[in-house]
Each structure stands twice: as structure tokens, then as C-alpha cells.
Design a binder for this molecule. Structure first.
Ligand SMILES: *Cc1c(COP(=O)(O)O)cnc(C)c1O
Length: 686
């Protein structure tokens, strides 16, 4: 059951980079070598398609980041190649035009092309998604006219003028306008054909491309040979095969191939220079194969050297970590929005580190989905969100010490008025503070009693309080008995009476809200302006039994995983862990996991009250769970070894362990279980 990972996309990047080196070290004399060049040019479309594929998988949210990174890379590359530009006498005024539209050095055209083509592709997917690929296809066809088919179109005077116009700006039509959008969008489409179809398609388009290239080449109408009609077809089938095979990633190879791409022209110059220096130009440079091999070897060596020298980043999945599936989060948001009444929007509860999920990661993703208001429990949670770049309204639901009122202003947080004396404290701060009023309608926790409309109204006179909302909290919305349902409705009525009373006095309450997860699921019709949804957003309810009458399909966002530190044998009669609580009744094999109760694993799961998943099998927890480790029995599992991954919450093979399983085994609700997941865990998006 163990998965063998084959990161086909990353592996092919290196092949593609080698192909680029081959293109640039070719000699143009022989027909056969020329034909190979045509095939070697699949490298760049592949790079573009991979970028499109990953941008689209992230719903194009990373487009800005991608452009920034590309621009930075291009800036560095321009500097890197300035000496060669100088040497080649290219530092004229025209240099700036070329740097913007064609690339400051011959292989660098790819980067400015991405900078222009990516926004075009992005706009097409945003504003005309169904027409995006056809439009990009038309652009590509126009580009063909300035490339391999130039001789045909330049015979028509209008077209000749048209293309001459283009060539005033661009040197080639293989650029960000005509070339990049199509490949980017084809990659974004991520089409996977049945294997047979893809293989046949690949072969056919391969033959067609060769025929096309030979015909065009022999007819002598080509202006440049980077664009052919059959490239996009070839690429779609090739990409389909790679995508189908793709599993996992090989980050190092990805970076290595990018650096090889960027530096190999320097290596060409260096190899040539060296050859000249030692008087071996004839042997080393004039032989294309030897030149290619020398350049490739030196590029790979230098690139690897750069990777080694680079400062290392902390390894995220070393010990124990949380994986977040953002597509699932978006799914839950959509499901919840589908039951909201008109004018009501989500105000996600991202308190307690977003119920253990990672507050900044979650809130920023919600920002991207258009969500503009959040609630947290404490002022420090609000500050963390702001520091992480979260936009919109952030309501602090709980008590804030007067010493921290300044932080409310500094971080543009909205404070809850938790009772009358607290209202006076806030007002006495002396500077304007944004607040929501909390009304107690029967829970008797925070809030000003709903029976005191006079006093509530008096808060509106406090001149330092900017009252932007009013809310209450339901305390039995999750219960189904007749009495509890009646109680909930009475809470809602009491809240409504307060609002009407204030309105009658001509006071504007701002946003009104009372529903949390269960409130929204059971009483969507009570909604005000916001629904403060917490647990449901993360794809679970508090108790499994409540799933029965849940009107929407929620999916868990979080998986929890840990490394196996080591495995060892336990002989009959030997014990394991604190108190030697576990004693082997027969020879056993055990594994020590690098996660413990300090990471939020309930200690109640000790001694066979829980299990984990390893390589698609179940392994029971034995002995007492420690602060930083726990022990599982792997006797019945095939070849488990150190550094294998154990799944504590999530799927492995055909098994799944849910937050419900852990909560039930430890006598609590999922809310507590999740929100206690510790700060030592790395949190990452998958
Ligand atoms: C935590 C909290 C919520 C969110 O509750 P869920 O049941 O997780 O949806 C809403 N309102 C208040 C006041 C809260 O404290």
C-alpha cells in the first residue's frame, strides 16, 4: 500500500533545462541537428505550462507573488548579464526596449514574456474564462505569422505592415503577448487524457510537427523557428502524460533547473574562453557534442554550488505538523454561504489560532475568498492577524485590559463592550474606539442584560465609543429538545426587542449578529448581518451525532502528522513508556512518534485508547503518551522504518481518523481537541 512517489513534473524540469542548454550550444550546419532543435524547443512551453498549472491550482491567488518573483529574478539576471551585453556592444539606447520587450540577453526573453503574458492570461481567466483559451489561441496564431509562417503573410501588404508594426516594438512574436498566454492557460487547464489517447496524440502531433517544420524550413519562409502550429498539441499531450504520472515534488531539482536555465549562457562564454586560453578551441568548441557536455557539466556544477551556498530554511515537516487543505476550506465557505439569508455574510471565528489550524494562514485565505470580517477572542490574536497582513474588520469578542486599549487603535481592532462598567472604562480611555455591544439574552456570560434597554441606550451617549455593531450569543442552539429550541427563540426575540427599542430611540446599532455554527445550521432564518461561524468552517461539528441533521456537506480542513523517530523490538515481558504501563505479552515491534501531549494529543488516548495510521495501516497507541513522544505497536505492519510518517488525524490508504474519533476517545468535543493543537506544530498548506 505504500506509495511510491514519482515527481514527474519536477523531474521533467531538469530534462527541459538540459534541452535549453542543447538548443543554445547547437551548430546550425546540419539538417538533422536543426530538426532536433525543433524538438528541443519543447522546454520553454513546458516551463510555462507548469507555471500555469500551479497558478491555477491555487486559484490564481499567487499571481502577484509569482510576478514579483519573476521580476526580481529578471532584475538579477539583467545585472548578471550586463558584462556580456557590454562585451557584445549591446549597451545602446535600444537596450532598454529590448530589456522590456525581448529580454536583455538572448535566453532571458522568457522572463519579460512571463511578466507580460501572465497578467494577460490572468485577466482572460477572470473576465472571460470560457473564451480564455480560444482568445489565447488566436493570439498564438497571430504570433505564428511573425515566426515560422512569416514568408506567407508578408506577401500580403496589409499583413506585412501589421507585422512590421509589431517588429518596431518586439524583435519576435514569440513573446508575452502571442506565445505565453496560450501555454500558460493550457497548463492551467491541467487536462489529463486517458493514457492511450495521450500517447497516440503525442505521437501524431510529433509526426505532424516534424512534417510542418521540414516543409516550412525547406520553403525558406521562416523568420524564426520557435513557433509552430503543432507545438501546442504536442505539449498538451506531453503535459497530460506527465500530470498523470506526477506524484509529490522534488524541490531541489526545480531550483536546480531554474538556475541552470539562467546561468548556462555564462557557462558557454566561460567554456569558450577557457578553450581559447588553452588553445583547444578546435577540439572543445567546434564539436557541438563536446561543447554541449562541457557547458552542461559546468552549469550543473555551478548551480548545485549556488544551492549549497544558499542559506537553508527550517524544514517544515521534520517532526510533527499540520497540513491544511485550502480547497476544502473554500468548499466549506461555499456550503455555509449557501444557507445564509440575503444580506448576511460570514464573520469567521479565527480565535484560538483558528481552532488550531493557524490563524493567519486561514484568515488570509478567507480574505482571498472575499471575506472581510473576522472575530477573535483576544487583542493579541487580533494583533497577530494584522501583523500577518489580514484585511478587514476584526472584532475582539472577549475582555481587553485597559493597558491594551492603545493596541486596539494601533491595530484597528473592534472591541466588544462586555458590560456597563466596561463601557465606561472604554469611554474613559479618551480616544475614539470602535466597539460592538454584547447583549446577554440568557447565557449569563459576557454582555449587558437585554432587560436594560435604558442602560444600553445610554452607551450611545458616550462620545469616545464608535458603536458599529450589536450582538448576542446563543447557548443551546446545538440542542434539539422542545424546551431548548424555545429558549433559543426567546433569546433571539429578546435580542430583536433590544434592537427595535434602540431604533425607536433613533439610535443606529450598526451590524447585528447572533448566530455561530450551530445557530446558522439550525436557525438560518434568525440571521442578522453576520454569522460568526467557527467550528463548521473547519469542516467538523462539535459532535459526530450532529452530522445526522446537518443540512450541508462539510469536509475537514486539517490533517495532523508526525515522523517516526525510531522503531525497536520489544521482547516478551518487557515494558514501554512511563510507569511501564504497557507490557509486551509476546515479542512486539514498536515505533516511537515525535509528537506528544504538549502538541495537543490528548493524554487520554494512552494505552490502546487511540490509534494512528502508518503507510495505510492502523497502529494502536500503547503505553502512556509522553509530553513530546508517543509509542505505537507496529508488529502487524509491513516494513515501517524511521522517518516514515504517522497520520494522527487524516487519511492513509483506505483508513481515516477524524477529529471526532479523537474527541470521542478523550471525552471532549472537536472544538477543544482542535484548538489545543500546539504551537510547536508547523502549519502548512498542501
Ligand atoms: C467562539 C465563538 C463563536 C464561534 O462558535 P462556533 O460554535 O465555533 O461556530 C461565535 N461567537 C462567539 C461569541 C464565540 O465565542
Amino acid at each position: 500500500m505504500k506509495e511510491k512517489k514519482f515527481p514527474a513534473l519536477d523531474d521533467f524540469r531538469l530534462i527541459a533545462a538540459i534541452l535549453v542548454v542543447a538548443v543554445h550550444t547547437r551548430s546550425t550546419d546540419s539538417e538533422i541537428l536543426w530538426l532536433l532543435t525543433v524538438l528541443r524547443r519543447i522546454a520553454v512551453p513546458f516551463f510555462i505550462m507548469v507555471s500555469g498549472y500551479f497558478l491555477a491550482r491555487g486559484n490564481w491567488r499567487a499571481t502577484g507573488k509569482f510576478l514579483k518573483k519573476t521580476a526580481m529574478l529578471y532584475g538579477v539576471s539583467i545585472l548578471l548579464y550586463l558584462p556580456l551585453n557590454y562585451y557584445a556592444g549591446q549597451l545602446s539606447l535600444d537596450f532598454f526596449r529590448r530589456a522590456i520587450f525581448d529580454g536583455s540577453f538572448y535566453h532571458l526573453w522568457y522572463l519579460p514574456a512571463l511578466l507580460l503574458g501572465t497578467p494577460i492570461a490572468y485577466c482572460l481567466t477572470r473576465f472571460k474564462p470560457e473564451a480564455a483559451i480560444p482568445i489565447a489561441g488566436i493570439l498564438y496564431l497571430i504570433g505564428l505569422g511573425g515566426e515560422s509562417y512569416y514568408g506567407l503573410v508578408s506577401g500580403v501588404p496589409v499583413l506585412a505592415t501589421f507585422y512590421n508594426g509589431i517588429f518596431l516594438v518586439f524583435d519576435y512574436t514569440r513573446n508575452g503577448l502571442f506565445y505565453v498566454p496560450l501555454f500558460l492557460l493550457l497548463g492551467a487547464a491541467g487536462i489529463i487524457f486517458r493514457r492511450k489517447v495521450a500517447v497516440i496524440g503525442l505521437l501524431c502531433s510529433f509526426v505532424a510537427l516534424i512534417v510542418e517544420a521540414l516543409l516550412l524550413h525547406s520553403s525558406g519562409i521562416q523568420r524564426h523557428d520557435s513557433m509552430y502550429l503543432f507545438y501546442p498539441f504536442l505539449m498538451v499531450f506531453l503535459f497530460s502524460l506527465l500530470l498523470e504520472a506526477n506524484q509529490g515534488e522534488r524541490r531541489n531539482l526545480r531550483q536546480l533547473s531554474a538556475i541552470v536555465y539562467l546561468i548556462h549562457p555564462w557557462c558557454i562564454v566561460l567554456v569558450r574562453g577557457m578553450a581559447k586560453l588553452v588553445g583547444l578551441t578546435g577540439l572543445l568548441v567546434e564539436n557541438t557534442v563536446i561543447l554541449f557536455l562541457l557547458v552542461l557539466a559546468s552549469s550543473l556544477f555551478l548551480s548545485q554550488l549556488l544551492l549549497w551556498l544558499r542559506p537553508s530554511r527550517p524544514f517544515q515537516t521534520g517532526r510533527a505538523w499540520i497540513e491544511l487543505d485550502l480547497s476544502t476550506l473554500r468548499h466549506n465557505v461555499n456550503q455555509l454561504q449557501s444557507i445564509l439569508t440575503e444580506n448576511c455574510t460570514l464573520m469567521p471565528a479565527v480565535k484560538a489560532n483558528a481552532y488550531g489550524h493557524g490563524a493567519v494562514l486561514i484568515a488570509k485565505e478567507l480574505n482571498h475568498s472575499g471575506i472581510r470580517s473576522f472575530c477573535v477572542a483576544t487583542v493579541s490574536e487580533g494583533m497577530e492577524l494584522r501583523r500577518g497582513g489580514v484585511k478587514g474588520e476584526i472584532l475582539v469578542l472577549g475582555y481587553t485590559h485597559p493597558e491594551q486599549f492603545s493596541s486596539l487603535r494601533k491595530y484597528r481592532l473592534t472591541q466588544t463592550v462586555i458590560d456597563m462598567p466596561y463601557a465606561r472604562l472604554l469611554n474613559a480611555y479618551g480616544k475614539k474606539l470602535k466597539v460592538h455591544l454584547k447583549i446577554d439574552t440568557g447565557m449569563h456570560r459576557l454582555g449587558i442584560s437585554a432587560d436594560q434597554p435604558e442602560r444600553i441606550a445610554s452607551i450611545f451617549q458616550m462620545k469616545n465609543l464608535a458603536i458599529e455593531g450589536i450582538f448576542t450569543h446563543l447557548c443551546v442552539a446545538d440542542e434539539k429538545t422542545v424546551e431548548k429550541k424555545a429558549f433559543t427563540l426567546r433569546q433571539a426575540e429578546a435580542f430583536q426587542r433590544v434592537i427595535c427599542n434602540l431604533n425607536d430611540r433613533g439610535l443606529n446599532c450598526g451590524k447585528t449578529h447572533l448566530l455561530s455554527s450551530y445557530g446558522l445550521l439550525r436557525y438560518p432564518e434568525l440571521a442578522g448581518d453576520y454569522a460568526r461561524v467557527g467550528i463548521a468552517l473547519y469542516g467538523v461539528l462539535s459532535n459526530r451525532r450532529d452530522l445526522d441533521d446537518c443540512p450541508i456537506a462539510l469536509r475537514p480542513v486539517l490533517s495532523l502528522k508526525a515522523r517516526i523517530a525510531l522503531t525497536k523490538d520489544l521482547h516478551t515481558g518487557e515494558g514501554a513508556g512511563y510507569g511501564l504501563e504497557y507490557v509486551a505479552e509476546s515479542d512486539r515491534k514498536i515505533a516511537v512518534l515525535s509528537i506528544g501531549y504538549a502538541d495537543g494529543i490528548p493524554r487520554a488516548l494512552s494505552c490502546n485508547h487511540g490509534k494512528v495510521l502508518i503507510n495505510g495501516y492502523e497502529a494502536p497507541i500503547i503505553g502512556r503518551i509522553c509530553m513530546d513522544q508517543m509509542i505505537v505497536d507496529i508488529t502487524d505492519l509491513p516494513d515501517v522504518k524511521s522517518s516514515d510518517i504517522a497520520v494522527i488525524i487524516g487519511k492513509s490508504g483506505q483508513y481515516e481518523i477524524t477529529a471526532y474519533d479523537l474527541a470521542e476517545a478523550s471525552g471532549t468535543i472537536t472544538n477543544e481537541l482542535l484548538s489545543r493543537l500546539g504551537s510547536r506544530l508547523n502549519r502548512m498548506i498542501v
